[in-house]
Design a protein around this ligand. Structure first.
Ligand code: SF4
Ligand code: FES
Length: 154
């Protein structure tokens, strides 16, 4: 198990942390995490914010880890099974707009932004224009209000 941080030049690649396990590798893109806590509630033995590293992919069966990663609405978490399989996006693709304008999307997506065209299966896009991590929501705008119907809280 390793905990590597990939530092990249601006506008080239997103900064990802990689947590490598025997059966599955989990990557984490901190700027996209909207703290929905699906991960820590879903598999606390794997995802534990009080621990370093906070992700231990070998602490549960790889299929279970993948299932919980797929619950991450923002796509901050992704997984790469050791057998080379890939995440199958939801069919049909779904889009939900929250009251503050976030676009919560799941499906076979190609998101264009500062890092070029990125294939995605789960994203929360900014609809208010305030995010500093466009096109993704970063909870800078009205979506941060506690009474909004957003996928997760700071
Ligand atoms: S946005 Fe994803 S990584 Fe962040 S807390 Fe929620 S489920 Fe976990
Ligand atoms: S909708 Fe969340 S920052 Fe814009």
């Amino acid at each position: 198990m390793t905990d590597r941080t990939t530092e990249s030049a601006p506008d080239e690649k997103p900064k990802l942390k990689e947590y490598e396990g025997e059966g599955i590798t989990v990557t984490f893109e901190p700027r996209r995490c909207l703290h929905a806590a699906e991960c820590v509630h879903g598999l606390p033995e794997v995802f534990d914010l009080s621990r370093r590293p906070w992700v231990l992919p070998d602490a549960a069966e790889a299929g279970l880890v993948a299932e919980v990663v797929r619950r991450c609405p923002s796509g901050a978490l992704r997984y790469h099974p050791a057998d080379g399989s890939v995440e199958h996006p939801d069919i049909p693709t779904t889009v939900r707009r929250t009251p503050s304008g976030q676009l919560v999307m799941r499906g076979g997506l190609l998101v264009t932004g500062a890092y070029g065209d990125r294939p995605e299966a789960r994203v929360v896009l900014c609809g208010c224009g305030a995010s500093g991590n466009q096109p993704y929501c970063d909870h800078s705008g009205p979506c941060a209000e506690p009474d909004d119907d957003v996928p997760g809280r700071r």
